[in-house]
Design a binder for this molecule. Structure first.
Ligand code: F6R
Length: 602
């Protein structure tokens, strides 16, 4: 979702900003822009619809400036267009702003201060910059005071960077709910939504917290709260290997990230092992879980699907009843909670606004919480009591793959450690079993040509498709369907195999692809029966089965693994089917239309 960058130093700002925006491309966007200004108070604004590459072509290479701000926009108010792209300027063009988030009371603010003037764009953002200019012009406030007064009037979520052409030596920033980092350098400072954007310039970052304002110059970063109290906060070192951010020889990040999964499994085993070679998790997390009477997993999208698998792992290994909830529903339609709930937030980015609104509420109620995330220092990680990291390396493709499998593996490790502590498991097997999973994943990615052929055969012209399964396979069917629809744009449904005949089977036509997942012994025969029912009605059927349960003619047979972990392996061919289908259709695999990687609005 929208991304912000800012730079103030001595180097060419436009190059640094464009490079930073390219590193934020993964978040999803539909237009982009930069504003740079030099010490002679000359400002230059460039905006373009579509990709950063198009913006790059528009930027005048002869412009010299050493400070500026940039933005990738994912449309919320107003269509994707140059007119609505950020940065936005006040009428006099003195003030320029970029904003990430949603201003919920923008109409009220406009009515209260700006009357019925015609704005230059259809965005909620423009109101902020016009309001700041209004406070400076009408109330004679200093720019920083006008900025503070404006943001106090705002309701909603925002990360903002502001420049004043009459004072080119400073960038102001503020945030509420949307993420924003300040980066420290020698003779320069930066602003960014995500450390990845500026890791080439610095690895020293300071978090800006909600309702704080920063004044950023070449030499200093000053943070204060809305009451004007100065806040002293140390920088942390962002541990991002800039090589991890490159595609290398891969055509797309998604394929690279699918291929990385065996290595991610092995790395996780190392990260969660103690000096005696036993799997271990922070004892405080284990104790808090043991004290709880019910676990509530809160997540969205792919992370929600990982949560469904996680519930099965937790319940079977710890015997603690577990519920899984879609975060956008839970916060506003909270079910009756147990007496001692424990909340687990699953989020690759750690920034998903839907999940965060739940965390804010559970924190207010005083319930303990754990975040399972790939991003240390992310908002959910900071605001929950505990964090377990995925250690999967940056996931750049919008379609989540390695984060999903890492989330499940972390929950499996956690479940076993808690199960052992509770005396339910005598001797843990997860260390061995996840090692076997890594080998099984490797065997599948090494044989991907076969899956490419199946994608061409089954999915090249279809308009709709189905994944079916029971139990663990049903959870994977949901994830497989999401992956296929989001990058191929084929309308796909994941269905409980037994439920299909209760209505949805009406959609099966001659040639409709139906893919069955068959990894669970007790229900394998039933699922195959349900697949037969669709075949009898013309479906083009495929079976992904596990070794030992396979039958002649099954298109894909995955190696045998601990059935509790089958999702980790059976999902890999479905990821590859989605990838090749999207590739064959000529789509931008890594940046599917309308989607954002980090969904920072509710
Ligand atoms: C799909 C996908 C999304 C995310 C969802 C939650 O491939 O990536 O469905 O899973 O937006 O994001 P996180 O995990 O960052 O909270």
């Amino acid at each position: 979702m929208c991304g912000i960058v800012g730079y103030i130093g001595r180097k060419d700002a436009k190059d640094i900003l464009l490079h930073g925006l390219e590193k934020l491309e993964y978040r999803g966007y539909d237009s982009a822009g930069i504003y740079v200004q030099n010490k002679a108070h000359e400002g230059y604004l460039f905006k373009e619809k579509g990709r950063i590459a198009a913006l790059r072509e528009k930027v005048d290479a002869s412009v010299e400036a050493t400070a500026g701000i940039g933005h990738t926009r994912w449309a919320t108010h107003g269509a994707p267009s140059v007119r609505n792209a950020h940065p936005h300027q006040s009428f006099s063009e003195r003030f320029t702003i970029v904003h990430n988030g949603v201003i919920e009371n923008y109409q009220e603010v406009k009515d209260a201060y700006l009357g019925d003037i015609d704005l230059k764009s259809d965005t909620d953002t423009e109101i902020i910059v016009q309001l700041i200019a209004w406070f400076v012009e009408e109330e004679d406030l200093a720019p920083i005071d006008a900025f503070k007064k404006a943001i106090v009037a705002l309701e909603g979520s925002y990360a903002i960077a502001l420049m004043d052409s009459e004072n080119p030596d400073v960038i102001f920033a503020a945030k509420n709910k949307s993420p924003l980092l300040l980066g420290k350098g020698d003779g320069f400072n930066v602003i960014c939504s995500d450390a990845m954007a500026m890791i080439k310039e610095t690895d020293q970052f300071v978090e800006l917290m909600d309702k704080e304002v920063a004044t950023v110059t070449r030499e200093s970063l000053v943070i204060e709260n809305y009451s004007g109290d100065i806040i002293d906060r140390n920088a942390y070192t962002a541990e991002i290997d800039s090589d991890d951010l490159e595609k290398g020889t891969y055509p797309y990040y998604m394929l690279k990230e699918i291929d990385e999964q065996p290595a991610v499994m092995r790395k996780l085993l190392l990260k969660y092992q103690d000096e005696n070679g036993k799997l271990t998790v922070d004892q405080e997390i284990v104790d808090t879980m043991l004290e709880s009477d019910r676990i509530y997993i809160i997540a969205a999208g792919t992370s929600y699907h990982a949560g469904l698998v996680g519930k099965q792992l937790i319940e079977s290994m710890t015997h603690i009843p577990t519920e899984v909830h879609v975060s956008s529903e839970f916060g506003y339609h909270t079910p009756l909670l147990s007496e001692k709930p424990f909340f687990i937030f699953i989020s690759q980015s750690g920034e998903t606004a839907d999940s965060r609104q739940v965390l804010v509420k559970t924190n207010a109620l005083g319930h303990p919480s754990l975040t399972v995330t790939n991003v240390s220092g992310s908002t959910l990680s900071r605001e929950s009591n505990f964090t377990l990291l995925l250690n999967a390396g940056p996931e750049i493709a919008v379609a989540s793959t390695k984060a999903y499998t890492a989330q499940i593996a972390v929950l499996a490790i956690l479940s076993e450690v808690v199960g052992i502590s509770k005396g339910l498991i005598k001797k843990g097997t997860m260390l061995h079993d996840i090692g076997i999973v890594a080998n099984a994943m490797q065997a599948i990615v090494d044989d991907k040509e076969k899956i490419e052929e199946l994608a061409a055969d089954y999915l090249s012209i279809s308009r709709n498709a189905f994944y079916i399964g029971r139990g663990m396979d049903y959870h994977v069917a949901l994830e497989a369907a999401l992956k296929l629809k989001e990058i191929s744009y084929i309308q796909t449904e994941g269905f409980a195999a037994g439920e299909l005949k209760h209505g949805t089977i009406a959609l099966i036509e001659e040639g409709t692809p139906v893919i069955a997942l068959v990894t669970e012994k007790g229900v394998a025969g039933h699922t195959r029966g349900n697949l037969q029912e669709t075949q009898a009605r013309g479906a083009h059927t495929m079976v992904i089965s596990m070794d030992g349960l396979n039958r002649p003619g099954d298109q894909i047979v995955i190696p045998h693994v601990n059935p509790l972990l089958s999702a980790l392996v059976s999902v890999i061919p479905t990821q590859l089917l989605s990838y090749y289908c999207s590739l064959h259709r000529g789509n931008d695999v890594d940046k599917p239309r309308n989607l954002a990687k980090s969904v920072t609005v509710e």
